[in-house]
Design a protein around this ligand. Structure first.
Ligand SMILES: NC(=O)c1ccc[n+]([C@@H]2O[C@H](COP(=O)([O-])OP(=O)(O)OC[C@H]3O[C@@H](n4cnc5c(N)ncnc54)[C@H](O)[C@@H]3O)[C@@H](O)[C@H]2O)c1
Ligand SMILES: O=C(O)C(=O)C[C@]1(C(=O)O)C=C[C@@H](O)C=C1
Length: 368
């Protein structure tokens, strides 16, 4: 496709989308604006955008596609600002916000001006923020939820998908209220739980200083998302209050149930509780990024000698196998236990395992 794209909010998601669009549609010009000038400067310097706009009116006036990728409450104000500007009549305006009902309702102001708005939400991300974390592979195999209202012509939805083709995401059309209900369950609510576990641990560690040092693999796995942008999550919670209040009531019942199990001390029931959870968790799709991003983890048992990590990554580099993440599970203090290396694809993980087994006598296994 050819034309001009304007991205408002040059953070993790706006930056990643700009990279995807440029990869797929080499002829387009991508302009960007961020209220934080440093982010805009960085976006230009990293080649994420072609030009930085001075302000929203300047970037919006000749755009064929406008992507708003700011926290959801700011998205609301940006939509209001756009509704007062002269835009190209054929422009498509979309957003990336994690909530949809309030945003789509606000966008009726654009529709009244004859401007097409299609709500969007790529269901992949990270706890990192800012353009420096942007990646063109972020949305690969993820669901990309779209919430066009009934008045949007199908051809416009197809055009938006064409613009976003380089994400390699799977588009799914859904009603805004259903969107907020479902993402409340699989995304927003888990973020509250992760933050609450961290808060409780922090309070307890005030009187027991060993706690942070002992907070190991399980704690880190379940609380990674508590490192996400507080501003972004404040906005999401305020936009999805009703759904989240209901989920919190259900959670309180769930926790009371677990407390009862502990009080009665019934081993069979406790076993059943964990077995059911394991069955559902193990049955979630592995090969696609669904509600949870799928990582292709390889666990490598490594002995404790200096340089062992760089030795393993060196073998992978020799075979040109890219890794997306690496971490060490410390099973005992000062003793390296397991190296967990994440890959983008199953094929990379298989190649990596073969490579490590051919160079070393370390044992390997797959995480689930
Ligand atoms: N982080 C994720 O995992 C994720 C995934 C999918 C969707 N989202 C949604 O996408 C949106 C962006 O999230 P992100 O992770 O890229 O956040 P981010 O913090 O990395 O980037 C947001 C950017 O928007 C800018 N901004 C804020 N107000 C602005 C305004 N009025 N005008 C212009 N720029 C403004 C900020 O300065 C920042 O650079 C949010 O609505 C979020 O809910 C996030
Ligand atoms: O992987 C993460 O760090 C995320 O939190 C990504 C995540 C999610 O909850 O799955 C967060 C918010 C988005 O709206 C979509 C994706």
């Amino acid at each position: 496709m050819n034309g001009r794209v304007f991205v408002i909010g040059l953070g993790l998601i706006g930056g990643s989308l700009a990279l995807c669009i440029k990869k797929q549609h080499k002829e387009v010009t991508i302009k960007g604006f961020d209220i934080n000038r440093e982010q805009a400067r960085l976006a230009k310097m990293l080649g994420v955008i072609d030009e930085a706009a001075e302000n929203i009116p300047e970037g919006a006036k000749d755009a064929d596609l406008i992507i708003i990728s700011a926290p959801v409450n700011d998205t609301k104000s940006i939509i209001q600002a756009l509704s007062n500007l002269p835009l190209k009549p054929e422009v498509i305006v979309t957003d990336t916000g994690s909530t949809k009902v309030t945003i789509v309702n606000t966008a009726s102001i654009l529709r009244k001006q004859g401007i097409t708005f299609i709500g969007g939400h790529p269901m992949a991300g990270s706890h990192k923020s800012g353009v420096s974390a942007a990646k063109e592979i972020l949305f690969e195999n993820a669901f990309y939820l779209l919430t066009p209202d009934d008045n949007v012509e199908a051809v416009k939805v197809e055009r938006l998908k064409e613009w976003l083709k380089g994400t390699n995401a799977k588009f799914l059309t859904i009603a805004p209220s259903n969107h907020d209900y479902l993402t409340g369950i699989v995304s927003h609510f888990p973020h509250i739980i992760a933050a609450s576990i961290v808060r409780q641990t922090e309070k307890l560690s005030e009187s027991e200083h060993l706690i942070p040092r002992l907070a190991a693999g399980g704690f880190r796995d379940i609380t990674r998302i508590a490192s996400s942008s507080p501003k972004m999550w404040k906005d999401i919670l305020l936009h999805n209050r009703e759904v989240l209040i209901e989920l919190l009531s259900q959670w309180q019942d769930e926790m009371n149930g677990v407390k009862d199990l502990l009080e009665t001390g019934n081993g069979e029931e406790i076993l059943d509780y964990f077995s059911q959870a394991k069955r559902f968790r193990d049955g979630l799709p592995q090969k696609e990024k669904g509600a949870i991003p799928s990582f292709y983890d390889l666990y490598v048992d490594v002995p404790d000698y200096p340089g062992v990590v760089s030795e393993v990554t060196g073998y992978l580099a020799q075979e040109k196998i890219s890794i997306t993440n690496i971490r060490i599970l410390e099973t005992r203090e000062d003793i390296i236990g397991v190296l967990v290396i994440s890959f983008q694809t199953e094929e990379d993980r298989e190649r990596a395992e073969k490579c490590i087994l051919s160079y070393t006598s370390f044992s390997t296994s797959y995480g689930s």
